[in-house]
Design a binder for this molecule. Structure first.
Ligand SMILES: [Zn+2]
Length: 104
């Protein structure tokens, strides 16, 4: 379990997006492989807004100053493919919704 830096709700790793600090910017790390300190956030603009308001990123990422979130916001706003893992449960299959085919 991880805690979202925006809404402070605990959630499973798979429900949160890992972000890291790269050159003063907060960027998504969907593969969770980037080095350095990471923070966890729901892939949701509202949580991003909350995190910004609370200055959660500089604190969580030990930035020691303001950080840029434009890249991250663009990803969340665009609903862009973050590389897998996030929202894996959203690809709902339409099983059981098949129409019975009349063989005649
Ligand atoms: Zn959240």
């Amino acid at each position: 379990m991880r805690t979202c830096v925006g809404c402070r709700v605990r959630a499973a790793d798979s429900e949160l997006l890992r972000v890291v600090l790269v050159g003063g910017d907060v960027v998504p790390d969907p593969r969770r492989r980037m080095p350095g300190r990471g923070a966890w956030l729901h892939p949701d603009e509202r949580c991003l807004a909350k995190a910004e308001k609370r200055r959660a990123f500089p604190r969580a990422l030990r930035a020691g100053g303001a950080v840029g979130v434009d890249a991250l916001r663009a990803v969340l706003a665009g609903g862009a493919d973050t590389g897998g893992g996030i929202g894996a449960g959203s690809s709902r299959a339409v099983e059981g919704n098949r129409k019975q085919v009349d063989p005649s």
